[in-house]
Write a protein that binds this ligand. Structure first.
Ligand SMILES: Nc1ncnc2c1ncn2[C@@H]1O[C@H](COP(=O)(O)OP(=O)(O)OP(=O)(O)O)[C@@H](O)[C@H]1O
Length: 274
C-alpha cells in the first residue's frame, strides 16, 4: 500500500528536516523540587529516518516524546515541522498536527477503552482522519490491519480477547489509518515477549518503506535502538549526551554513559531475541 498524498494547504519546506527541535527544555516543579526533565535538547528528524532516543529510566525520554507530540508545552525552545513553527499550536491547528504526528505507547491495554470493540476504537480515530465515506473508512481500516498482519476478524473483538502483541498491532494500525508522517513509538515493545518484540520492530521498520514514514523510537534498550534505527540519541539526566549514526554510536561510543549502556548489552543483536 502506498502513502496517500496529504492535502494540507500549509506551505512547507521540502528540503530541510521534517522535525527540528531547538534547545527544547521542560522543567517540572519549583524551588528545591525542580526537575529539569528535558534540558536544552536539539535534534532533527529527517524524512523516512528511524531515530531512537535511548536512556535509562528517568533520563527524560518520555518527556521529550510528549514535547514532540505536543502533549506537553516546552518551558523553553522551539519545535518546527517542515520548517513551520509548531511550538505553540492550539485548537484546530494542533488537531491537524496530530494527524501528521501519531504515537504508539508502551501499554496498549491501558490505551484501549475496555468497553470498546476494536472496530469502535478504530472508528473513533477515523473521525480525526476525516476519512469521508463509511466505505473509505472501512478500506482504511482493512488496509491498516492488513499492514500489521491482522485480519478483519479482530474488528469485533474486545481488548481482553486479544494478546499483548495483537493489542500493540491494533494500536499501530490505529495510528496508520491517520497516515501520519511521523510515528512516535514510546517503549512500544517493552511489555512484549521476545518474539513479539522482534515482530513489532519489523512492523515498524516496514512502515518507513511502505508509508515513507519517519519514526521516533523511544527505548531504554540500546540493543533495540540499534536494531531499528539509522541514528541514535543518547539521553542522560535530561540532556542528549551523544548522538550520531547507529554504527558510529555502537562501535565508537564517545560518551562514558553510552559506553556503560553498551557494556550492559554484550550481544547486541541477540539481545533483541533473547
Ligand atoms: N509530570 C511530571 N511532574 C514532575 N516530574 C516529572 C513529570 N514527568 C516526568 N517527571 C520527571 O522528569 C524526569 C524524566 O522523566 P521521564 O518520564 O521523561 O523519563 P524516562 O526516561 O521516560 O523514564 P522511564 O523510562 O522510566 O519512563 C524524571 O525525574 C521524572 O520523575
Amino acid at each position: 500500500m502506498s502513502a496517500q498524498p496529504r492535502s494540507d494547504a500549509e506551505p512547507r519546506s521540502d528540503t530541510g528536516p521534517l522535525i527540528e527541535a531547538k534547545s527544547l527544555s521542560r522543567v517540572f516543579g519549583h524551588g528545591a523540587n525542580t526537575v529539569r526533565a528535558v534540558d536544552d535538547v536539539s535534534f532533527t528528524l529527517g524524512r523516512q529516518e528511524v531515530v531512537s532516543i535511548v536512556g535509562e529510566s528517568g533520563s527524560g525520554k518520555s518527556t521529550l516524546a510528549r514535547l514532540v507530540l505536543r502533549l506537553l508545552d516546552p518551558t523553553a525552545g522551539t519545535l518546527h515541522l517542515s520548517g513551520r513553527d509548531v511550538t505553540s499550536l492550539k485548537g484546530r491547528d494542533l488537531q491537524a498536527y496530530w494527524r501528521d504526528v501519531q504515537a504508539v505507547f508502551q501499554d496498549p491495554f491501558s490505551s484501549f477503552n475496555q468497553f470498546f470493540t476494536v472496530r469502535r476504537l478504530l472508528n473513533r480515530s477515523l473521525r480525526l482522519a476525516a476519512a469521508g465515506s463509511a466505505e473509505r473508512g472501512e478500506t482504511l481500516m482493512a488496509q491498516a490491519l492488513d499492514h500489521v498482519g491482522l485480519s478483519g476478524d479482530v474488528l469485533d473483538k474486545w481488548p481482553h480477547q486479544l494478546s499483548g502483541g495483537q493489542r500493540q498491532r491494533v494500536m499501530i494500525a490505529r495510528a496508520l489509518m491517520l497516515q501520519p508522517r511521523i510515528l512516535v513509538a514510546d517503549e512500544a515493545t517493552s511489555m512484549l515477549d521476545a518474539s513479539l518484540r522482534a515482530n513489532i520492530l519489523n512492523v515498524l521498520a516496514d512502515l518507513r518503506r511502505d508509508y515513507d514514514m519517519t519514526i521516533l523510537f523511544i527505548t531504554h534498550d540500546i540493543g533495540q535502538a540499534c536494531y531499528v534505527s539509522d541514528r541514535v540519541l543518547v539521553m542522560s539526566q535530561g540532556q542528549v549526551v551523544e548522538q550520531g549514526p547507529t554504527d558510529e554510536v555502537i562501535f565508537n561510543p564517545r560518551h562514558e554513559y553510552t559506553q556503560r549502556l553498551l557494556a550492559d548489552v554484550p550481544r547486541l543483536h541477540e539481545n533483541i531475541l533473547d
